[in-house]
Design a protein around this ligand. Sequence first.
Ligand SMILES: [Zn+2]
Ligand SMILES: [Zn+2]
Length: 246
Amino acid sequence: MPVNLAYRAYQLLWEAMDWLFPPTCGGCGVSGARWCMQCTQKTIQILSPICPICGNPNLNNETCKRCLSTPPLYTSLRSYSVFNGSIREAIHRLKYQHDIGLGEALARLMITRLEMLNWSVDLVTPVPLGLVRFKERGYNQATLLARPISLFFTIPFSSQALSRTRETRTQVGLTVRERMENMSGAFQARKEWVYEKKILVVDDVAASGATLNACAKALLEAGASKVYGFSLARAVYSPKGEIDLS
Ligand SMILES: [Zn+2]
Ligand SMILES: [Zn+2]
């Protein structure tokens, strides 16, 4: 696929920043790149066997028990890799240490997978932050991943399609049921952006799919025709059904 000019210009902008401010790898700290080849090689990608709906790893590539008992509102959720090691470190730097150039570098990983998935999508949108968190951080890390994805695939981008209706507490340490309750009704979608469109919702980390499901509810109610989710990393379930953030 030929690389389009807008995407290449976006990359060049970050490469100019690298020239001005020589980067270190967000995963391991080595000099010379925002994200290094060694970290890519060490990252554990999530490929098959997975549940075809929620994308959580399983043993047989069949729809998992959770998706059978409570079918998600979204069509598919996929993640590039497991949330551990270098990728976990890089996401931490992207979110909490203002290492915003990592967005473009890590989006390249996501683009390689999205090319394989070949989803038909009309709009790319990030999972929004609440206002309080957005003001604290000054940027939304999911936007920094979603924007280059939209440029690469020449699909329209909007950070206005979804917004939070309220602040939600952190999902870490909650059970699946608690996550669903925590996220229930947490988003609203704007019809003028999403009506009759297939939406790709981008996030940095997914776990139970509760966040994407709540986004999908808002998007479908506003008239979206389909909702896909893609996250850079995935906190994978342990056999006990609890979240394993190791
Ligand atoms: Zn590295
Ligand atoms: Zn599933």
